[in-house]
Design a protein around this ligand. Structure first.
Ligand SMILES: [Zn+2]
Length: 326
């Protein structure tokens, strides 16, 4: 598969992380198109800028402009309250012999949105999709260096759709709604992944879980971010890993900055702001622990991120049993 060779080398052979960071910085030329105009994302949607490094050259404070979708403190409070309510609801439902799941296999339906039959027109080959599923299974099993989670992924269908009016996929547009309303399949436990060219230089976006089935539910991922794609520095499949983390109720590691409950996970050190590229040793909060730049829920290069924590694994399983389990 040739997945993450640099990471495996680093972890098994003990190559200094600073060496990796240096190599990455040297290679860090903004190949992914810089984001342009960003519209505000609807609440509960996470959208990822493709390459904030390029934007950061433009003006200080550009990151905030690039990040329309950080949840506000109130949105986080509301989501946490809803999770507690969903758990209570399920607990009442489960007065019988039904027990929460400990392991989960998620059926994945991949919708390939194409403008035409060319690769540039969105025709991502099946081989990249199967590699993406492998990357997800490695990441969520903890085999790239993080905690093992309860989740594995099984490709159930590749659905190819040629429709120029849905291409590129524009976040928050009526075309996105039309696309998802037409294509989304399965119950709350089915992961619908939409691949294509994306608006505004974004790498992807996701919906958080809800108590009711919503046709907008799913993840949208830049097709060329799949393993072996052309999105330099973002082509090892971890945009998918990251967006599915949101779909399973994870926040960014930098949610809330240095204060408060942060990402609502206790074993991810607080982080003042997103980390980009691979800034080894970054430490932006006075609280214990360096920034979790290697966490899948930060914004670093794919080659830099390789782990979920035990706390994140637990949070995802809790959310699954509250929201998505049948
Ligand atoms: Zn995100």
């Amino acid at each position: 598969m040739g997945l993450r060779p640099n990471l495996l080398t680093r972890r098994t052979a003990g190559v200094a992380t600073s060496t990796l960071a240096l190599l990455l910085s040297t290679a860090a030329v903004g190949v992914v198109p810089a984001a342009s105009a960003f519209s505000a994302a609807p609440a509960g949607v996470c959208a990822e800028p493709a390459d904030a490094h390029a934007d950061a050259r433009v003006a200080k404070g550009g990151h905030a402009k690039l990040d329309p979708n950080h949840l506000t403190a109130k949105q986080v409070r509301d989501r946490e309250a809803d999770l507690a309510a969903a758990q209570r609801e399920r607990a009442n439902f489960r007065t019988g012999a039904v027990t929460p799941l400990a392991t989960v296999t998620i059926p994945v339906v991949v919708h390939v949105i194409q403008e035409n039959s060319t690769r540039a027109g969105g025709n991502i080959p099946d081989s990249l999709i199967t590699q993406q599923i492998s990357v997800l299974n490695q990441a969520y099993a903890g085999s790239t260096g993080g905690a093992a989670t309860a989740f594995s992924f099984q490709l159930s269908k590749i659905n190819r759709v040629t429709n120029p009016s849905w291409y590129p996929i524009v976040q928050g547009s009526s075309a996105e709604r039309s696309m998802k309303t037409s294509l989304r399949t399965g119950g709350k436990n089915t992961l619908n992944m939409y691949l294509g060219e994306l608006s505004d230089g974004l790498l992807g976006w996701a919906t958080f879980p809800k108590r009711t089935l919503d046709k907008m539910d799913g993840v949208v991922v830049l097709g060329e971010s799949l393993p072996g794609g052309t999105a330099t520095n973002y082509n090892q499949g971890d945009t998918g890993t990251h967006e599915i983390g949101h779909w399973l109720n994870l926040y960014h590691t930098f949610q809330g900055g240095c204060s408060g409950s942060g990402d609502s996970v206790s074993d991810t050190p607080a982080e003042a702001s997103p980390a980009y590229e691979c800034p080894t040793g970054r430490d932006t909060c006075s609280t214990t622990g360096k920034d979790p730049i290697t966490n899948f829920m930060d914004y670093t290069y794919d080659s830099c991120m390789y782990q979920f924590t035990a706390g994140q694994a637990s949070r995802m399983l809790t959310a699954w049993n509250a929201y998505r389990a049948a």
